[in-house]
Ligand binder design. Structure first.
Ligand code: TYM
Length: 331
């Protein structure tokens, strides 16, 4: 049985990008694999959330994981900081990671650009902690979106390096995985190529958005003045609308608007109305479960407690073996 591991940072609510990039895969994967899904709260500290925000964001993601279809009976769902063994593995791996290679990571360079006043060491070592998350459970597959591809490559590098240095084929080399074939990148409603909470709140559709909120956001989505000749290439903003439609609408609907576009007869207002309706239909069952689960505090706590126990068991085994391989042994 393959082992699957993935995480999401608790920086707010889950959006459709998170869902299609990672979560949809989890749900199918939990049936046939041994799955560990966690909330990467240590990772989220790089942006310095307040304790109150951190607490409520962790709770939100826990609820949204379950509402979206993760089943605590089938998969282990846990909070990263409930399994502090990950810090030890991160430390041990970091001894064989070079500062130069961390400085070259695309997500690090981007953070340096975005938050020049907060280039903390946690940002630099972020890929090491992420590798530790994955290797801690000796995962084979990691369901993630396209933006995490480089981090997965690094995880394989670190795992391979460990195996080579200690002459022991201990870690498996995990692969980034998305249901279907390609890793996905869901675009934003604001014309940006990636739906992201750090850019523009209105570019994201959250799983916890009420139907009227979804409609308002979609109707305000960026488009353009429309094609003037058949076969005209789409602008990024319009391409985004089509990609979003591909994610949530039926193939017939998509084809209809594609033809309208090609014939220069498209009315973006109509397209957005359809997209809003399809998104609402898609999100609604999850949205309703979110509202229900918000009332079930005892259940949510129980899921986190039991998940933490199972994850710690798996982690303790790896740490014990890694220590032995390295030569950290009790006298
Ligand atoms: P994070 O919290 O930024 O995003 C969580 C997951 O959602 C995916 N994602 C997207 N996929 C497609 N289109 C989008 N617009 C989009 N936006 C986000 C991400 O690819 C990710 O799969 N470093 C990770 C968290 C992490 C992790 C791990 C993941 C920590 N340790 C171990 C896997 C395994 C992150 O910041 O994801």
């Amino acid at each position: 049985m393959d082992r699957v591991n993935s995480g999401i940072r608790p920086t707010g609510f889950l959006h459709l990008g998170n869902y299609f990039g990672a979560l949809r895969n989890f749900i199918k994967m939990q049936e046939e694999n041994e799955c560990f899904f966690f909330i990467a709260d240590y990772h989220s500290l790089t942006t310095h959330p307040t304790p109150l925000d951190l607490q409520s964001n962790v709770r939100n993601i826990l609820i949204e994981y379950i509402a979206a279809g993760l089943d605590p009976e089938k998969a282990t769902i846990y909070v990263q900081s409930d399994v502090p063994q990950v810090c030890e593995l991160s430390l041990l791996l970091s001894m064989n990671v070079y500062v130069g290679e961390l400085q070259r990571v695309a997500s690090f360079k981007e953070k340096v650009r975005r938050q020049p006043d907060n280039v903390n060491a946690g940002l630099l070592t972020y890929p090491v902690l992420m590798a530790a998350d994955i290797l801690l459970h000796r995962a084979d597959k990691v369901p993630v979106g396209k933006d995490q591809e480089q981090h997965l490559e690094m995880t394989r590098d670190f795992a391979q390096r460990f195996n080579r240095i200690y002459k022991h084929e201990y870690f498996k080399l995990p692969v980034a995985y998305n249901f279907g074939s390609e890793l996905v990148k869901i675009p934003g409603l604001d014309g940006s190529t990636k739906m992201s909470k750090s850019d523009n709140e209105n570019s994201c559709i959250y799983l916890a958005d009420a139907p009227d909120v979804i409609r308002k956001k979609v109707m305000k989505a960026v488009s353009d003045s429309g094609p003037t000749e058949p076969g005209q290439p789409k602008t990024q903003a319009v391409e985004n609308l089509f990609q979003l439609m591909k994610a949530v609408s039926s193939p017939d609907t998509l084809q209809y608007f594609e033809e309208q576009y090609q014939n220069c007869a498209i009315r973006y207002g109509d397209m957005k109305k359809q997209l809003a309706a399809d998104m609402t239909a898609f999100v609604q069952p999850v949205y309703e479960r979110i509202l229900e689960l918000r009332e079930k505090d005892d259940y949510i706590r129980k899921v986190a407690r039991e998940g933490a126990e199972r994850a710690r068991e798996s982690a303790a085994k790896t740490i014990k073996e890694v220590r032995e391989i390295i030569g950290i042994k009790p006298f």
